[in-house]
Design a protein around this ligand. Sequence first.
Ligand code: PLP
Length: 377
Amino acid sequence: MELFNVYPLTPINIVRAKGSAVWDEQGNEYLDLYGGHAVISIGHTHPHYVETISNQLNKIAFYSNSVLIPIQRQLAGQLGDVSGKSDYSLFLCNSGAEANENALKLASFHTNRKKVIAFSKSFHGRTSLAVAATDNSAIVAPINQTDNVVFLPFNDEDALTQAFAAYGDEIAAVIIEGIQGVGGIREASIPFLKLIRQLCDQYGSVFIADSVQCGYGRTGTFFSHDYSGVNADIYSMAKGMGNGFPIGGIAISPKFQASFGMLGTTFGGNHLACAAAVAVLDVMKQDNLMENAAQVGSYLIEELKKFDKVLEVRGRGLMIGIELPTELSHVKKDLLMINKIFTGEAKPNVIRLLPALNITKEIADRFLTAFNERLKA
Ligand SMILES: Cc1ncc(COP(=O)(O)O)c(C=O)c1O
């Protein structure tokens, strides 16, 4: 059987990894500032992570949600502490799309409404509702097309106010990334997030904070939406949550009433995934990773702003977008092929840095030196 050919692949076979270093099969070392797309939060093969998962694996890896799984409660407790949302409850699933799918479904159950407001350049995943709320027609199949999702311009307060004035009592949810990732590292403005909160309260709609990429401590606060000082009703999360072990979830405000069967999953919240997530939160707390993300991130952003050839530097903490002119569109590839540094990208010319939250200033400097070299070449 051949693989279904949907990914344009970089011809590198990574066989080993530690911290922010990865090695290919020839033994070449690379610096990983991409984290497999914002997934590696505490560094590859962190000893506490490996030990926690191994111990769990030797006890039990999986049983379904038909029995007590105490490690789910442990994870929920730790998540409540670190996020400051201890009065929220947790539903566990397996991916970011699934988290958003459940968030949107829950909003619709709760309000008994169908309309969703999403924004230009948004990305919320590839399952039916999540992709319908994603602003990329190329990945929306005909069966996913729906009039229930309305796209408004990002950060446009007038457009949002007008939409609510016109059909606010039909709006089940507003879904927004705190910082758009795929959309090119674009931050939702604080007044815009406050306005979403105010209009959702006024019209009884649900505020969904997609934190799949921008959450989990990456920007220096647990959820990047926290910078606005308002709470969302549902936070979706995934990527950094399991440091590579598939797990996702939604944190749900106390205003929602659960009922048996309303949401469900076979694999979500399994023992092994929860062990991975618990290990991530242990390390985040013990090593003050949110603080480190804020500090090293600010340093990187300030230093990157000093490069004349860079058009714009966007983002917060360790979610950084470097906008380059078209003639420098080769820099990302050269960083990988010449300097052996993995970075992410957003089309057309944005380099995305999404490293582990424990990168050091020395690693940041290694990148800055290489980046300087590439801009000069
Ligand atoms: C903001 C955001 N939401 C949702 C998703 C979908 O997550 P997953 O690929 O785990 O389904 C992504 C993935 O890139 C994302 O960046």
